[in-house]
Write a protein that binds this ligand. Structure first.
Ligand code: NAD
Ligand code: DAU
Length: 350
């Protein structure tokens, strides 16, 4: 049986990737390594935790000794690396924790994999999951391609850009087998309610204000998380080593338009008078260094590997809203404790 290590599998995207792999590849053993930070939630994986081809390991990718021992013990054939600090606002108030996990933690994994695989790199793969934010910001036109120069603007994107550079440098320097993909904004079930869509769904349910940063004219390219997981599966199995693939939703929305759509869909679901939730919108102090626009040219992964999103934005958004409404125990569990302390700190001036 082949062993695959997935890091960050208790988080939002990682949990969808773990589920997909555990269910699709019964002859592969999936090891989910996660430190269970505030963003890691094993409830995300309740439906696969008893599977015979699944093991959870609570560990920190910054702990080089533990990581090395795990590679020795399990001889992972491949790695899909998602573990990261992922929230831009947190990176603005605490850049060092992003440097530590996203850069140092990634290099730790690279070193352990290099040591374990050095006699036959060709049989192995380190698949590094990254973000479109490494490219910086677009003006009102143009798209990020795989050739766009890196130009990160936040501590989060600078740390992700650095980790991408390390992965590529290991390829150049040691012949290390890697693939990188850079994806746009994900949304869907199990996303921690500090990111725009789940935060606003939760606030609408609770009739709380919807804090739109700046004038709301910032643009993001949204992709349903299960479509990202499917792209990761395809790239992992059919992508070319040494290459980068951009993944996006072909789906640009200004924040304010997205928030209005979300409000209207929620009013319908909650049987509230149309327009009710829009009254909760508040324009608040902008995010420092806020990138104006992200938009991905996903034509490479489309033409080379045949991937494209399977749901429209409206379908994905309705599925997402339904999931949060049907899983309010999940929302309640994560909106207590640490998360609420953070919430108060982040929004205290608004
Ligand atoms: P998330 O914050 O929901 O999950 C991150 C997971 O990593 C959590 O389970 C957390 O416990 C774990 N983790 C954090 N630090 C760790 C450490 N030191 N050791 C082990 N585990 C640790 O993040 P997400 O939104 O699911 O993003 C996953 C990956 O995808 C990240 O690398 C992110 O940069 C990338 N990405 C995210 C998006 C998006 O829109 N969310 C888009 C493109 C790329
Ligand atoms: O582009 C990919 C990236 O998308 C990922 O790499 C990140 O991990 C992920 O968090 C996401 O980053 P963003 O900063 O784009 O996502 P967020 O949900 O935090 O914000 C989306 C937009 O909404 C952004 O323009 C900021 C705005 N926003 C966000 C919050 C939390 C608000 O206006 N108000 C808010 O309260």
């Amino acid at each position: 049986m082949k062993n695959i290590l997935i890091t960050g599998g208790a988080g939002f995207i990682g949990s969808h990737v773990v589920r997909l792999f555990v269910k699709s590849y019964p002859d592969t053993h999936i090891f989910n390594l996660d430190a269970l930070t505030y963003a890691g939630n094993l409830e995300n994986l309740e439906d696969v935790e008893q599977a015979s081809n699944y093991t959870f390991i609570k560990a920190d990718i910054n702990d080089s000794k533990v990581i090395q021992k795990l590679f020795e013990a399990h001889q992972f054939q491949s790695v899909i690396h998602l573990a990261a600090e992922s929230h831009v606002d947190r990176s603005i108030s605490d850049p060092l924790s992003f440097l530590k996990t996203n850069i140092f933690g990634t290099v730790n994994l690279l070193n352990a994999a290099k040591e374990c695989w050095k006699s036959n790199f060709e049989d192995h793969l380190f698949y590094h999951i990254s973000t479109d934010e490494v490219y910086g910001t677009l003006g009102s036109s143009g798209l990020f391609t795989e050739k766009t120069a890196y130009d990160p603007n936040s501590p989060y994107s600078a740390s992700k850009a650095s980790s991408d550079h390390f992965v590529r440098a290991y390829g150049e320097t040691y012949g290390f087998p890697f693939i990188i993909s850079n994806c746009s904004n994900n949304y869907g079930p199990n996303q921690f309610p500090e990111k725009l869509i789940p935060l606003f769904i939760n606030n609408i349910i609770e009739n709380k204000p919807l804090p739109v940063y700046g004038d709301g004219n910032y643009t993001r390219d949204w992709l349903y998380v299960i479509d990202h997981a499917k792209a990761i599966d395809l790239i992992f199995h059919n992508g070319l080593k040494g290459e980068t693939y951009n993944i996006g939703g072909f789906n640009e929305w200004k924040n304010i338009d997205l928030v209005k759509l979300l409000c209207d869909l929620m009013d319908e679901k909650l049987k509230r008078i149309q327009g009710n939730s829009r009254n909760l919108i508040r324009f608040v102090k902008d995010r420092p260094g806020h990138d104006l626009r992200y938009a991905i040219d996903a034509s490479k992964v489309n033409s080379k590997l045949g991937w494209k999103p399977s749901v429209t934005f409206e379908e994905g958004l309705v599925k997402t809203i339904d999931w949060y409404l049907e899983n309010q125990h999940w929302l309640k569990n994560v909106t207590t404790g640490l998360y609420q302390d953070y919430y108060k700190k982040q929004y205290k001036n608004n």
